[in-house]
Ligand binder design. Sequence first.
Ligand code: GFB
Length: 313
Amino acid sequence: MKTDARIYVAGHEGMVGSAICRRLLQKGYRSVITAPRKALDLLDFISCREFFERERPEYVFLAAARVGGILANSTRPADFILDNLKIQTNVIELAFRSGVRKLMFLGSSCIYPRMAAQPIRESSLLAGPLEPTNEPYAVAKIAGIKLCQALRKQYGFNAISIMPTNLYGPGDNFSLDHGHVLPGLMRRFHEAKLEGLCEVEVWGTGEPRREFLHVDDLADCAHFLMMHYSDAEIVNAGVGMDLTIAEAAEMVKEIVGLQAELRFCESKPDGTPRKRLNVDKLAALGWKSKIALREGLATTYAWFLEHQADLRT
Ligand code: GFB
């Protein structure tokens, strides 16, 4: 991928897409193509076809998706499966038909079976039942992987798929209800600090374990794999360590400077008990994460403070 290559980043308004754009610009790429949601509806095949015909990208990072945390996934399952199936099918098919040289599809660690052996290897895909709280989203992402593999097998289309663990960082959704755990807690703890509350809610038992990757690390990894990997098999992207939600909550509490007690609210779902990725394959290819969780959370909190006036709710 030369620095004058025409590179389309689908989903550049989201946390992942914006991080990939930042990384590409830092690396000196001069022809990064983006289209705001208002100008291009990725759910609509005809608009997408016009866009690909007009822009003729050579490389595509497919980071556009309907995403959300455990509650959004479990309360809006139809939106999650429908929107993701449509977006990814439109973009992947049109990238193939318009002669894109290489496409990267971004999946998620929730594609793996709920009780997959830990840390989870790429070979665990489709080896058992999925976690019910995000099954529709996971099924859509698995369909995306299989579409990439099928196009490669039948037509030689160079599509690769990367499975990131739980992501966080600047540009995240800090909604109290719809987003993921770290931005949700960061905002709830921040507001509790301002209100001087002595007790704050954390969903679930606090016992599930999660692995967190900073989105700037993911963007660096995505660029690395676009440069150095061209195979059908999926590749995990993670940090190789996890912690309990209770431990993560304590870390966020410390960074925010909240004094209150944490109360675990067991009426909210825990989700999958554990999903740490095995990152041996990525390490063998020559990439490893650089941003430690505490450091990443501190810079994310600084970003939140700076941008809180115009955040999604
Ligand atoms: O981040 P999260 O929503 O996603 O939740 P998943 C992780 C864990 O944090 C769960 C707990 O055990 C939650 O119960 N938790 C505690 C909270 N407090 C909060 C809070 O204030 N907000 C949130 N959101 N959680 C998602 C999938 O699963 O993982 C998606 O639903 C996606 O499909 C993503 O794959 C990576 O890790 O459980």
